[in-house]
Design a binder for this molecule. Structure first.
Ligand code: KIV
Length: 272
């Protein structure tokens, strides 16, 4: 299977909501560059997320915090140029929207204007209510993100599963309802118990997209480098690897080095 769908119509936020309504699962994957985004789009992905996980997998940082708005704009511009069908969602990075709602709308407008992406994603619920309202009133679609929100890792102190306790689960249900009522078009639910993700999914009208949130969400998202086995240092229980590209690439590169050293490459046919 090299392409999942023959349907070449562009995916919109409205179509995602319709997919939830008819029970069709939504597939979402991250991308950060033109070449990979082009392949992922051609395979039939519904949503391509230019995640701030770029900070980890592209820039080698241990958290998502260091990546800047300018850098996220640069990654998103590259992805946008490649994608014809999928909905392109870009993360607003840490520090670009938490300060106040004016800064938040300014960052969101820059992201939309300078990249041509379709929507932005931000982390949090009630704490960022005013920013969500202002961004939405500027006509910018928002995907929310609840549960394990990596931009708050220093507050949590751990990447463990969130909302196992009743109080935090209750707050998450309230936040999800708030994002729904404010007019967000979807919510990423990261690393929360499957039962809680099911309750959220049944409660809200907008699609939920899970990562480590079990099978009952309306869709799933993974980080491309993890699911393709490029990054082998990260193997949480929720991750399914669909390829082992780390080994494949390493072997290919070692083969090329051998051919160069042995004067096997280039041969006559490869020369002018
Ligand atoms: O940045 C990212 O890749 C994300 C996904 C893990 C949802 O936010």
């Amino acid at each position: 299977m090299s392409t999942y769908t023959e349907d070449l119509r562009a995916v919109t936020t409205q179509r995602l909501i319709e997919m939830k309504q008819r029970g069709e699962k939504i597939a979402m994957l991250t991308a950060y560059d033109y070449s990979m985004a082009s392949i992922i789009d051609k395979a039939g992905m519904d949503v391509i997320l230019v995640g701030d996980s770029a900070s980890n997998v592209m820039a080698g940082n241990s958290t998502t915090l260091p990546v800047t708005l300018d850098q996220m704009i640069w990654y998103t511009q590259a992805v946008r140029k490649a994608v014809k069908r999928a909905l392109v969602v870009a993360d607003l990075p840490f520090g670009s929207y938490q300060g106040n709602s004016k800064e938040a709308v300014h960052s969101a407008i820059r992201m939309m204007k300078e990249t041509g992406c379709d929507a932005i994603k931000i982390e949090g619920g009630l704490e960022i209510k005013e920013s969500i309202q202002r961004i939405l009133s500027a006509g910018i679609p928002i995907m929310g993100h609840l549960g394990l929100t990596p931009q708050s890792i220093n507050k949590f102190g751990t990447y463990a599963v969130r909302a196992r306790e009743a109080e935090e689960a209750e707050k998450l249900l309230e936040d999800a309802q708030l994002l729904n009522d404010l007019g967000c078009f979807g919510i990423v639910l990261e690393k929360i118990p499957a039962d809680l993700a099911k309750r959220v999914t049944e409660q809200v009208h907008i699609p939920t997209i899970g990562i480590g949130a079990g099978r009952h969400t309306d869709g799933q998202v993974l980080v491309m480098h993890d699911m393709l086995g490029i990054n082998t240092e990260f193997s949480p229980r929720f991750l399914r690897r669909y390829a082992e590209l780390h080994d494949e690439i390493k072997n290919s590169v070692a083969h090329y080095i051998k051919d160069v050293k042995n004067c096997d490459f280039p041969n006559e046919k490869e020369s002018y």
